[in-house]
Design a protein around this ligand. Structure first.
Ligand SMILES: *Cc1c(COP(=O)(O)O)cnc(C)c1O
Length: 230
């Protein structure tokens, strides 16, 4: 685990990148939130972020997050950003405050059922595989209207917006294209279903500038803050 002063220096660099990208896109810096991704790092990573006012945390596995949440000293908002197997849906509802990686009809129904049983309304994002990357999960663009229609019909889910991961590709143009596609999709769905879909979770360490240019409202950053993963 990196020392706190390294984290602080990393955070300043990331904030500078965000500020520059917002300026280039003529957007206010407040329009983008930074989600620190603490997967594969000890729970101290969460405490570091919380100390600096970053109160939402991204984790990609249910079990790892659940363990950290039990011992974490900081009160933060836990967000699942990794693929969720439906047999872990119940645990995920118990562990996370929001699930960004909702990628199937089956999972939507299960999450609704477990949230209802827990007496809560669970915020979610629908993950879209905008780049049609065979190694990535997420609904295909053409399935998104049906997925959203179902999600909006489920009483114990609240759809905050959409999420995507750019395809693995060296070209940042490919990432930019995937992000623009998600924003256009959001605009269309928002009109069609008369619902806000405010959150656009897109952009990571390597492509945050492209994401902000395309309208991202939340960038998910791991390695630029914490160094490479163990
Ligand atoms: C790990 C991960 C991130 C952070 O990636 P970095 O490149 O380390 O910033 C963002 N989003 C998802 C879905 C991830 O799994």
């Amino acid at each position: 685990m990196i020392p706190l002063n390294t984290f602080v220096a990393n955070l300043e660099q990331v904030q500078l990148r965000i500020a520059k990208a917002c300026q280039a896109a003529d957007r206010s810096v407040d329009s983008v939130t930074l989600l620190p991704v603490t997967k594969n790092h000890p729970v101290d990573a969460v405490d570091y972020a919380a100390q600096y006012g970053l109160l939402s945390i991204g984790e990609n596995r249910v079990q790892e997050a659940s363990k950290k949440r039990e011992i974490c000293k900081s009160t933060v908002f836990w967000e699942l950003i990794g693929h969720l197997q439906s047999n872990k849906a119940r645990d995920a509802v118990g562990t996370f405050d929001r699930i960004q990686s909702v990628d199937s009809m089956k999972l939507l129904k299960k999450l609704d059922r477990y949230a209802s049983e827990a007496g809560k309304c669970l915020p979610i994002l629908l993950q879209c595989n905008t780049g049609k990357d065979p190694n990535k999960s997420g609904f295909l663009v053409e399935s998104m209207p049906r997925a959203l229609e179902l999600a909006l019909s489920l009483d114990s889910l609240q759809v905050d917006g959409l999420m995507t991961i750019a395809p693995l590709d060296d070209s940042l143009d490919v990432a930019r294209h995937a992000f623009e596609e998600l924003r256009i999709l959001r605009d269309n769905l928002s009109n069609k279903f008369n619902t806000l879909l405010q959150e656009l979770s897109m952009g990571m360490t390597g492509d945050l500038e492209q994401a902000i240019a395309a309208g991202s409202t939340q960038i998910r950053i791991g390695s630029a803050l914490y160094g490479s993963r163990i």
